[in-house]
Design a protein. Structure first.
Length: 252
């Protein structure tokens, strides 16, 4: 394996003075970078836990936590009494932005995955907006208006990309909360990180920011009128607009 072991004494030395990220999280990132670089090969066994700990300059406990996290993301096949093996990429989690980025680098593209994500989002959000139309409170409507104001104020601001993206996702989270359905809330949460990642890409376009602002205003108007059909239609049209905006988006 063409990696040079760290010369630091342990996890803490590796992260001292840099940030508050846990050592296992930092090591997870480094293992993912090694996968993307081809230092580890899909289908092959990983070195032992002790060898990996030495290579990445962390304790065995930290490496064990790291490997557990990678296994939970579908990257590793844990085999009793044998070394872990790197699973086929199609088994890797598609809801973890860091994992998807590595997958994209290995496969060359994630355009198809982005489109699949948008299709799933359409199914979920049109339904939740229909429910929210009759359940939404005045406080929730006010919260939606606040996010629209943020998007409007930051169409051409220096921080327009990040601010617009976060306001956009928060707008949809409020509608989800207004539907008052715990199953929908959990389903959306599993998608939210990937949705934000995609939204940060599409928000780079001023036209997309303007289109999104217009669509959010229409959704808000329908929800304010407590009109189920109009709200569902407005969200469906917004999802159509989002699908068009993401047609050529990849996370490579």
């Amino acid at each position: 394996m063409p990696r040079t072991p760290r010369t630091t004494s342990d996890d803490e030395a590796a992260i001292a003075g840099k940030d508050t990220m846990k050592a296992s999280e930092r090591t997870r990132q480094e293992v993912l970078e090694a996968l993307a670089a081809g230092d580890f090969v899909v289908g092959e066994e990983l070195p032992s836990e002790a060898q990996l700990a030495e290579t990445f300059g962390v304790s065995r406990l930290t490496m064990r936590e790291t490997l557990g996290s990678l296994a939970a993301a579908g990257i590793l096949e844990v085999r009793q009494g044998r070394r872990n093996r790197i699973a086929p990429v199609e088994r890797w989690s598609i809801l973890d932005p860091e994992v998807v980025t590595v997958r994209a680098r290995l496969e060359g593209d994630t355009t198809g995955l982005v489109q699949d994500l948008m299709e799933a989002r359409r199914v979920l959000e049109v339904g939740m907006t229909h429910l929210a139309a009759t359940r939404i409170t005045d406080e929730e409507l006010t919260a939606l208006e606040e996010q629209v104001q943020v998007m409007r104020a930051h169409v051409d601001a220096p921080d327009c990309v990040e601010t617009s993206a976060h306001a956009d996702i928060r707008f949809h989270e409020i509608i989800l909360e207004a539907a008052h359905n715990p199953f929908l809330i959990e389903a959306f949460r599993t998608l939210s990180q990937m949705l934000l990642r995609v939204r940060l890409e599409t928000s780079r376009s001023r036209q997309v920011r303007l289109d999104a602002l217009d669509r959010h205003q229409r959704i808000l108007a329908a929800l304010r009128a407590h009109d189920e059909e109009a709200a569902s239609r407005a969200m469906h049209e917004h999802m159509d607009q989002t699908l068009r905006a993401t047609q050529r988006i990849s996370l490579v």
